[in-house]
Design a protein around this ligand. Structure first.
Ligand code: ZN
Length: 175
């Protein structure tokens, strides 16, 4: 277990498409554990993706439990190979990212999504198992999942803003 350094834009790993993750690869358990530790080391963080800690494998963590903007809350989502199979609606909302700490931006995303993934369960002996999982969610949790899935394809929220001059803001606080 370890808190890892979060890579900052414009690090190359953040613009690279990550490879599928498998439960029998020992690196999968290590990356999953480190993602959880790293996310929890930031008190206000609702998600992180493996490329942000330099692991080019398709694993994300999202947890919006108790967040004031959340509607649906699925608890801790530790997902390998997530893929969006349905999406509907669209809404502009403010996003930030651990890898771009000084900026926030207005980003248009779907409001209701269905995501298929291999849910990872970490065991005390250091191994990990994967179970098929369908996540159907909306609002803030959907936005967080889509943001993290984008990281697996080398896409950052700045790539999704309509106007760099109008929709990007310098962050004033980190609360
Ligand atoms: Zn991010």
């Amino acid at each position: 277990m370890a808190v890892r350094e979060v890579l900052l834009y414009p690090h190359r790993a953040l613009k690279t498409v990550a490879a599928p993750a498998t439960a029998d690869d020992p690196r999968t358990a290590a990356v999953a554990r480190d993602l959880l530790d790293t996310m929890r080391s930031f008190g206000h963080c609702t998600g992180i993706a493996a490329p942000q800690i330099g692991a080019l494998t398709r694993i994300v963590v999202v947890d919006v439990t108790g967040h004031r903007k959340a509607a649906t809350e699925s608890g801790l989502l530790l997902l390998a190979n997530p893929r969006t199979i349905e999406s509907a609606g669209d809404e502009v909302g403010r996003e930030g990212c651990l890898s771009i700490p000084h900026l926030t931006a207005n980003v248009r995303r779907a409001t209701t999504i269905a995501v298929e993934a291999d849910e990872l369960t970490l065991h005390d002996d250091g191994t990990v198992t994967a179970t098929p999982r369908l996540v159907e969610t909306d609002a803030f949790e959907a936005r967080c999942l889509l943001h993290e899935i984008d990281h697996l394809d080398g896409i950052l929220f700045l790539d999704r803003v309509d106007s760099l001059s109008r929709d990007v803001f310098r962050r004033k606080s980190y609360g």
